[in-house]
Design a protein around this ligand. Structure first.
Ligand SMILES: [Zn+2]
Ligand SMILES: [Zn+2]
Length: 106
């Protein structure tokens, strides 16, 4: 079965239009990315420092209070309390601020 001539032309036109739409959407997404990065840069310049960590992005570990070790006994025996590496901060004494996810600003 042969495809009539007008339909072939229509198909070609359709392909061109579809290609054009893809090009436009690609350009649009690129533009959106540029706008997003510009907005991000603007947001950074006007960003307020985080109150939770005072702009540092981290704060002293709440579990070990900056000691990097905790008093922990495996037997709950007060005589055998050993200092153990803090599991929350892995002995770094600091925790990433959850308020700003370590960025230090909003
Ligand atoms: Zn913070
Ligand atoms: Zn800790």
């Amino acid at each position: 079965m042969e495809v009539p001539q007008p339909l072939q032309t229509l198909a070609k036109t359709g392909a061109i239009v579809a290609g054009g739409i893809i090009c436009i959407s690609f350009a649009a997404s690129t533009t959106i990315k540029v706008i997003q990065s510009a907005t991000e840069a603007k947001r950074k310049s006007t960003a307020k420092p985080c109150q939770g960590c005072k702009g540092k992005g981290f704060h002293i570990c709440k579990l070990c209070k900056g000691n990097a070790t905790i008093q922990w006994s495996p037997l709950y025996d007060p005589i055998h309390i050993n200092p153990c590496q803090c599991p929350t901060c892995d002995g770094h004494s600091i925790q990433r601020c959850l308020n700003c996810v370590g960025k230090g600003y909003y």
